[in-house]
Design a protein around this ligand. Structure first.
Ligand SMILES: Nc1nc2c(ncn2[C@@H]2O[C@H](COP(=O)(O)OP(=O)(O)OP(=O)(O)O)[C@@H](O)[C@H]2O)c(=O)[nH]1
Ligand SMILES: [Mg+2]
Length: 317
């Protein structure tokens, strides 16, 4: 049976590292979940006053990834604290890209990905955080993930079976994808760091970290990144193609509508011209009839004049 590491073998001074010179322990999760607090605890520093900055303000604190080196059971490891997902100030894509940059520096691989979840109801939002992170790291990352719960109550912390008894179906399913690796981070407001419960729970986390058989590598991450980029390129190309199709459709529609309008305008012009022609013809005919009538009247008058003259000649003769 695996021995519990009751005495953490940590260097008295954890050191801020600019480069990651040994396998990393990557702490990820939603903003404010307690990642930096756990980071401090893992490197053996006061939970809230350690080098990883923590805060109880509503704003997210860790904006950049930070790394501290330490020894754990004679193994040098780097604890990497990351900014939180669901930060109101920053889109998740930016946060994930920052996490991606630090993963690229983990040339010794990642010994464990610690997924920090707040105890309580496993909400849709938490599910979304899990989805985003596992999608970002790829399904293989689950084989290197430990789920830890923060903000548990005393009962749950003292007796983890109280905690597991309250797991819902979604949470159970998540924990089965990480081969049941889960643990509790005792609330530093309630448990003294020298308290047996505190030491035991943190030792359990350290033990799980050290028990990981293999590391999650940059090569794995790169493969996932390439797949993700290929997928986004395909999605982008599909989107561009669909947009082009729509543009063509609208252009054709506009052209057809313009042609139809032109045709309607021409038909109207033809109809008006026809009407004018008919009106002109009708008025020409009227004028002609009038002229004929005038000429006939003139001829009748001339005939009368001739007859009158004839009569006068006859009378004079
Ligand atoms: N009740 C309770 N509060 C905790 C626990 N762990 C951390 N906190 C509090 O939660 C708040 C946020 O803790 P942080 O460790 O700064 O959280 P974070 O995940 O690093 O936050 P960001 O860096 O902003 O993403 C602080 O007020 C802590 O005091 C816990 O186990 N229980
Ligand atoms: Mg933080």
């Amino acid at each position: 049976m695996q021995e519990f590491i009751l005495e953490s073998q940590i260097t008295p001074e954890a050191t801020l590292c600019s480069d990651i010179c040994s396998p990393a322990i990557l702490i990820v999760g939603k903003t404010g979940a307690g990642k930096s607090t756990l980071g401090n605890i893992l490197i053996g520093q006061p939970a809230y006053e350690g080098p990883f900055k923590t805060s109880n303000s509503f704003d997210s604190v860790s904006q950049e990834c930070e790394t501290f080196g330490m020894f754990m059971a004679d193994r040098h490891l780097n604890v990497v604290d990351t900014p939180g997902i669901f930060d109101t100030e920053r889109p998740d894509e930016v946060t994930l890209a920052k996490i991606g940059e630090v993963v690229q520096l983990c040339s010794y691989g990642i010994q464990a990905i610690i997924f920090v979840l707040e105890a309580g109801r496993f909400t849709a939002e938490q599910e979304e955080v899990v989805r985003k992170i596992t999608e970002y790291f790829g399904p293989e990352s689950l084989g290197h993930t430990i789920v830890v719960f923060t903000k548990c109550n005393i009962e749950q912390t003292v007796d983890p079976s109280v905690m597991s008894g309250a797991f819902n179906e979604q949470l159970r399913s998540l924990l089965s994808t990480v081969d049941g690796r889960w643990a509790i981070v005792p609330n530093p407001d309630v448990f003294d760091e020298r308290d047996d419960v505190f030491i035991q729970q943190i030792s359990h986390i350290r033990q799980m970290i050290l028990q990981m058989m293999s590391v999650y590598t940059i090569a794995l991450f790169e493969r996932v990144r390439q797949t993700r980029e290929t997928q986004s390129r395909i999605i982008e190309e599909d989107r561009t193609w669909a947009a082009q199709q729509e543009e063509d459709r609208l252009r054709n529609l506009a052209q057809n509508e313009a042609l139809e309008a032109l045709e309607r305008r021409r038909a109207e012009q033809r109809r008006q011209a026809q009407q004018e022609l008919e009106a002109a013809a009708a008025s020409g005919q009227n004028r002609l009839n009038e002229q004929v009538r005038n000429l006939e009247a003139q001829a009748a008058r001339q005939r009368q004049d001739v007859e009158e003259m004839q009569r006068r000649i006859n009378n004079a003769g």
